[in-house]
Design a protein around this ligand. Structure first.
Ligand code: C5P
Length: 219
């Protein structure tokens, strides 16, 4: 059986719920989970810490090539340092989306992501999982929701984590990030031709999870 038979990709814009859905589905299936956005976010954190020149694509690609990143029980580790919270701020997300426009960086991260496809299966979430990283995956979902629904969710998430947020600024930042993710030249955010599109604006996460589970179980 080809490795692609047990890969499920979930792509979509920021705040569509894809991360939550992907984790829940991975847990139900007992499959591995790849949060590809975390890779770009960690690069954002490192660029800030190392005070790197954000125009210097080749140095950022070097850092990407040598990323000692791991996911353990829902947490993200850089070497032995747990950086799960640090990578979740809006500042890091915006920085990640800028770094994600760089071709050498995306190239450097490609194999790392493909190596995550291990038995018994992989659920991968991001922007280009179904189009570029795993174009032959058997199951592909494109999950979206209106900008205001996504901003509301992010607002709640960030507030629950104790981050101070302004909803109007959040709306603006999400719209700006969408614009950048959809219109970049390399690996823009778009649904793969063979992806199933789901809109979570008016349905709960549980319903989305059920639809995705049905797809994998019965297709
Ligand atoms: O999904 P998340 O919000 O964590 O991703 C942060 C940023 O990383 C996105 O705005 C996007 O620019 C970038 N990204 C990407 N390709 C992926 C995953 C994330 O370009 N597969």
């Amino acid at each position: 059986m080809s490795v692609n038979e047990w890969i499920l990709t979930i792509d979509g814009p920021s705040g569509s719920g894809k991360g939550t859905v992907a984790q829940l589905v991975a847990r139900k299936l007992g499959w591995h989970y790849l949060d590809s956005g975390a890779l770009y976010r960690v690069l954002g954190v490192l660029a800030l810490r190392k005070k790197m020149d954000l125009e210097d694509e080749s140095s950022l690609a070097d850092v990407a090539r040598n990323l000692e990143l791991s996911f353990q029980s829902g947490d993200v580790f850089l070497g032995s340092e747990r950086i799960s919270e640090e990578i979740r701020t809006e500042q890091t997300g915006n920085l990640a989306s800028k770094i994600a426009t760089m071709h050498p960086v995306r190239e450097a991260l490609l194999q790392w992501q493909r190596d995550c496809a291990k038995a018994p299966g992989l659920v991968a979430d991001g922007r280009d999982m179904g189009t570029v990283v795993f174009p032959r995956a058997k199951y592909k979902i494109f999950l979206t929701a209106s900008v205001s629904a996504r901003a509301q969710r992010r607002f709640k998430q960030l507030r629950d984590k104790g981050f101070g947020v302004n909803i109007r600024r959040l709306l603006h930042e999400i719209a700006e990030r969408d614009e950048r993710d959809m219109n970049r030249v390399i690996s823009p955010l778009r649904a793969a031709d063979d992806a199933i599109c789901l809109d979570s604006t008016n349905i709960g996460i549980d319903e989305v999870v059920s639809s995705v589970m049905n797809l994998v179980r019965f297709e």
